[in-house]
Ligand binder design. Structure first.
Ligand SMILES: [Zn+2]
Length: 122
């Protein structure tokens, strides 16, 4: 096993923290399921100066947030899954063929689930 778990664990943890900060800007954790995030609804924002325009803006903002959140959440879950694999000693293995994932690929994307050969396989 050439994969340096400690090194990639640190990378994943750093990325997880960054993502949590990003996620908190556009959403909040679902209190019933902490790995699930939901976009912050407009009524939770400061709309004290609300007129028709700002209400429309905040609805638009909500839709944007939902799209951003979806992307961030997918990335976040990949990282959680990477950390989970480190815990179970299965990190760095391709989900398709079970071979070790190239180190430079993990370097570019520590939460990669597949080797280069299978990177486009769903
Ligand atoms: Zn593979």
């Amino acid at each position: 096993m050439v994969t340096d778990y400690k090194y990639f664990k640190k990378k994943l943890e750093t990325e997880k923290e960054l993502l949590e900060k990003e996620l908190e800007k556009v959403g909040r954790r679902n209190p019933d399921n902490l790995s699930d995030w939901e976009p912050t609804p407009p009524e939770d924002r400061d709309i004290s100066q609300a007129d028709e325009n700002t209400v429309a803006d905040s609805i638009e903002g909500y839709e944007d947030n939902a799209a951003i959140l979806e992307t961030l959440e997918a990335r976040y879950n990949d990282i959680l899954s990477g950390l989970d694999k480190i815990k179970h000693g299965t990190y760095g293995r391709c989900q398709i063929c079970g071979e070790e994932i190239e180190v430079e690929r993990l370097e570019a994307n520590p939460s990669a689930r597949t080797c280069k050969q299978h990177m486009n396989t769903k």
